[in-house]
Design a protein around this ligand. Structure first.
Ligand SMILES: [Zn+2]
Length: 290
């Protein structure tokens, strides 16, 4: 989809300034009406030639450290998904910290070497979602990048990181029959609970979430519920707002294309507008595909 860099220009030059003016008038900013959940993958300098900004998976370590500085400067505290949800959703009336959730998909080893030391410097935590077939006692890889081992996962958990499921095999879930969908959700949870000796209640939907496929969305939501998950994140774009279904939470992609002003705009909800043309584009594409 041909969004960047038009999305960046519109977000930082038009939407973010307009929102600032509107919120100054309503003083809404004080009430934490939204929860930004950022979606990272790999923290590395590896180039991604030919991949447009929105779709990149890598964030260079130096830029990631800048992201954390921006989060701190904007008055946010980064915590794991379960902690954030309990505090943000469970306590809507009381004064709260400004929270942001940093999530990491796919279990890459650079979460340990590049992301976690930077997070610890700020006293932040995060949630990592693991496709369990690619996590072993010996190091394995996924999509050409090295993954964490189980002993590294246990060590990170001891140090405060939260781990959730990202299926077993990272399949296109919407193409699977019901029994296989259940198996991906339940077996990954079982494996994680055995390896970590702890309950696992969070899940990240692998690959682009087909929100326009309403029959699948409901099938997936029911399978999540049946499988014992309490919180689920997707690739649907935007901040989380009050009253949303906790098994189908939106996220904001974050990667090497996010300079400080774009990240700041994302934290304050000024990137959410992009979901409207993006959903329209996907709906048109699925209609044409029929
Ligand atoms: Zn993934």
């Amino acid at each position: 989809m041909p969004f960047p860099p038009v999305d960046q220009l519109l977000t930082t030059r038009l939407v973010a300034p307009l929102l600032r003016i509107a919120r100054r008038r309503s003083a809404e900013e004080e009430a934490s009406p939204r929860l930004p959940v950022l979606m990272y993958h790999s923290i590395s300098d590896d180039p991604e030639p030919g991949v447009r900004g929105y779709y990149r998976l890598n964030t260079p370590p130096a830029l990631f450290q800048e992201h954390l500085r921006v989060i701190r400067e904007e008055g946010f505290t980064a915590v794991d998904l379960t902690t954030a949800w309990a505090e943000w959703a469970g306590n809507a009336a009381a004064p709260r910290r400004k929270l942001v959730v940093l999530t990491f998909d796919d279990g890459y080893h650079d979460f340990l070497t590049a992301a976690w030391p930077a997070l610890e410097t700020h006293g932040f935590t995060a949630t990592m979602f693991l496709p369990t077939a690619f996590i072993g006692n010996q190091r394995q890889g996924f999509k050409g990048r090295a993954c964490l081992t189980w002993s590294e996962v246990r060590d990170l958990r001891q140090r405060g990181a939260e781990f959730g499921s990202h299926t077993v095999n990272h399949p296109k879930l919407w193409e699977l029959p019901a029994t296989e969908l259940d198996d991906e959700l339940q077996r990954s949870r079982c494996i994680l609970e055995q390896e970590l000796s702890a309950p696992i209640t969070t899940f990240a939907h692998p690959s682009a979430f087909p929100r326009q496929n309403l029959a699948y969305v409901e099938r997936f939501r029911q399978a999540m519920d049946r499988s014992g998950y309490r919180l689920g994140v997707t690739t649907s774009l935007g901040c989380v707002h009050r009253g949303e279904e906790p098994l189908l939470l939106k996220r904001l992609p974050a990667n090497g294309a996010d300079n400080a002003s774009l990240l700041r705009a994302k934290l304050h909800g000024a990137y959410d507008w992009l979901a409207v043309p993006q959903n329209a584009f996907k709906a048109a594409k699925s209609l044409l595909g029929r």
